[in-house]
Design a binder for this molecule. Structure first.
Ligand code: FAD
Length: 326
């Protein structure tokens, strides 16, 4: 049986952010991930200046594709607005692998299936033993399923459904475009260019609301791809795939004994923009600090609103979730 002080399930942004903190303080950490990195992660790859600060990431020192947008091009009901706001794009394929390596933690490729608690800590698949366990395995995190699902059930009304594809494409427009609520979509579509000829396009919306109105995200995709073909990305070919995750609800219990959940495992994506990378990183860091300093693990400064929580945030939150209580 392999033993460690802290076992982290999932080597995405939440897991690698937690690992980095712990390794820096000399803690014996092990990360388990079912994938071998670099791995595909469906994601537009938009990151905020706050993420750069939390990661202490200097874009000049980052060795992969990194693009900065000085403004966003927002489209609502046929009207276009250019909004000054510095944001960035990365490719998750590169970014996650780089973060994981930078954490300095050993990584074992292993699909976690079974978790049990005993008097000394946690035993995973009868192969790994630890004192502390961090669940950073995304939406279907086995730590969430084994230890938190009962006390923190998912709220289906906060579930998003997405379709996305990232392709090599010689884009001409270097702006990030977002289309909100097109043709009744309870969400938005995006065109996110990446440095040196990569492009991510996708659609995300609230799953329950689409189901209730008999809507289909594939229909939105076809319309969106046809519009891009006529405008921003002629001739591009897509084979989109889907993934689902949860926007921030009440999240009552994020620690049970010495087990923690972070990022998508806890359902922390923001209510206004469904941004999940920043909350994953911040929650990973806070979980690690709680282990290191013995302080409570709290999500007080893990934001649930990408746009500051003012009227624009609240309006978008309402338009996506119809004011479902947080
Ligand atoms: C289409 C789409 C677009 C998005 N766009 C953005 C965006 O532009 N900006 C943004 O901020 N957020 C975006 N998000 C949300 C963002 O991708 C997630 O919130 C973020 O990746 C969460 O990070 P995480 O570390 O919690 O989980 P993940 O990044 O999902 O990492 C979880 C890791 O756990 C591993 N794992 C899972 N199960 C097991 C198991 N049983 N055993 C071992 N390992 C396991 C997985 O292989 C994975 O590596 C988007 C999401 C989608 C689906």
């Amino acid at each position: 049986m392999r033993t460690c002080d802290v076992l982290i399930v999932g080597g995405g942004p939440a897991g690698s952010a937690a690992a980095r903190e712990l390794v820096a303080r000399g803690v014996d950490v092990l990360i388990l991930d079912k994938e071998s990195f670099p791995r595909l992660k469906l994601c537009a790859g938009w990151i905020t200046p706050e993420v750069l600060r939390d990661l202490e990431l200097d874009p000049k020192a980052y060795p992969h594709r990194f693009l900065t947008f000085e403004r966003l091009h927002i489209h609502v009901k046929g009207l276009g607005f250019r909004v000054g706001s510095v944001q960035h794009s990365i490719r998750r394929f590169e970014f996650d692998s780089w973060l994981l390596q930078r954490s300095g933690a050993p990584v074992v490729q292993h699909t976690v299936r079974n978790i049990r608690a005993d008097s000394a800590g946690y035993v995973v698949d009868d192969e790994f033993r630890c004192r502390y366990l961090i669940g950073a395995g995304g939406t279907r995190c086995p730590v969430y399923r084994a230890l938190f699902r009962e006390v923190n059930p998912r709220v289906t009304e906060l579930q998003t459904v997405t379709l996305e594809h990232e392709i090599e494409y010689d884009w001409k427009d270097p702006t990030c475009h977002l289309w909100f609520f097109e043709k009744g979509l309870p969400g938005y579509s995006w065109y996110v260019p990446k440095q040196n000829g990569w492009l991510n396009i996708g659609i995300g919306g609230m799953a329950e609301r689409m189901k209730a109105s008999g809507d289909d995200i594939k229909r939105h995709w076809s319309r969106f791809a046809a519009m891009l073909d006529r405008t921003l990305a002629p001739g591009a070919h897509y084979e989109p795939t889907g993934y689902s995750y949860f926007l921030r609800g009440r999240v009552d219990v994020v620690r049970r004994d010495n087990a923690f959940i972070t990022g998508d495992a806890a359902g922390l994506a923001t209510r206004d923009m469904a941004e999940g990378i920043g909350p994953a990183i911040r929650s990973g860091v806070r979980a690690a600090q709680s282990i290191l300093d013995g302080k409570p693990y709290r999500l007080d400064d893990v934001t649930g609103a990408s746009l500051g929580g003012g009227w624009v945030s609240r309006g978008l939150d309402w338009a996506m979730t119809r004011g479902l209580a947080a």
